[in-house]
Design a protein around this ligand. Structure first.
Ligand SMILES: [Mg+2]
Length: 301
């Protein structure tokens, strides 16, 4: 898409504009916020591909099937356990581990990722954007390495990614937990101030924000898990022993830990390239940390 086309503003009552720009002032904010970024960190599922592809629905069903067999319960009861663990522990797998209910996490991961990847089509726009971003590109996923490789291969962007950091590399502790990010930064050695995090679940941006990363929430339609957490009454699993019945500000897609929001990642990245934010040196004094303080850096694109 051209830079001119990216400046067409589209009204969106939910505040998630369909890849539209918000004008020249916001281009300046983008340029300032992303100028220091040399490390591009992407979540995988429902971030690098659209949730409407239905891939995560397949994984969701496989999780339900696994839990149904594990606990000897029907699918409805299994789903209740599955979503309770997702909300309280970050992922279903982490809930199983925390409660001593699973001996082999890799067996779980292999089972739930035994799916049909055909719905994922090549994404030339994403490939082109990743190719032009200056710096290293990472995938940080709560899924497995083999799952990430298959998705990235289907998207046609596997060669653009420098390294995949999966949940096994994090010791099976998933985002949004701080330990997962501790492991990620230890492994990669990147400086948060020079990094940006792209995620479809708002609570997974709380730690990146706290550590000084620039954060982008990628919202697609039909993202049931994200929508369940982003609802006003949703619970949050980011605190050990947290009460699932209580809402938490980290679940809020409008929260201060979310610097930018987009519903079209390739076009958002292209805007960074078009504005020069991804290719210039870090000469601006307006950093992501400053945006956190003022909370003026929010934009939708
Ligand atoms: Mg995701």
């Amino acid at each position: 898409m051209t830079a001119g086309a990216a400046r067409n503003t589209t009204h969106d009552p939910q505040g998630m504009q369909q890849g539209a720009s918000v004008g020249p002032v916001d281009d300046a904010r983008l340029r300032a916020a992303f100028a220091p970024v040399r490390e591009w960190v992407f979540d995988l599922d429902n971030t690098l591909y659209c949730a409407s592809r239905g891939l995560f629905e397949q994984i969701d069903r496989r999780m339900g099937e696994y839990l149904s067999r594990l606990f000897g319960v029907d699918r409805q009861q299994a789903r209740i356990i599955q979503k309770d663990y997702f909300r309280r522990y970050g992922t279903t797998l982490h809930g199983l581990i925390a409660n001593g209910e699973i001996a082999d996490p890799d067996d779980f991961l292999a089972f739930v990722h035994d799916i049909d990847y055909a719905p994922i089509a090549p994404d030339p726009a994403l490939d082109a954007a990743l190719a032009q971003l200056h710096g290293r590109k990472w995938v940080f996923t709560n899924g497995s390495l083999s799952h990430a490789e298959q998705v990235l291969d289907r998207l046609g962007v596997l060669s653009r990614i420098d390294e995949i950091f999966d949940v096994k590399a994090a010791g099976y502790v998933p985002k949004p937990h701080a330990q997962a990010f501790d492991a990620f930064f230890r492994r990669t050695g990147i400086s948060p101030a020079s990094a940006a995090m792209f995620e479809d679940i708002a609570r997974n941006l709380a730690e990146p924000h706290a550590r000084g990363m620039t954060t982008v929430l990628v919202r697609h339609p039909a993202n049931a898990d994200a929508d369940s957490l982003h609802a006003p009454s949703a619970g949050c699993g980011c605190r050990a022993g947290g009460d699932a019945a209580m809402s938490h500000p980290h679940d809020d897609p409008q929260g201060e830990h979310v610097h930018f929001r987009t519903s079209r990642l390739p076009e958002f990245l292209q805007r960074l390239i078009d504005t020069g934010a991804a290719a210039t040196t870090a000469t601006t004094a307006t950093t992501a940390a400053k945006l956190q303080d003022t909370n003026e850096g929010k934009a939708t694109s």
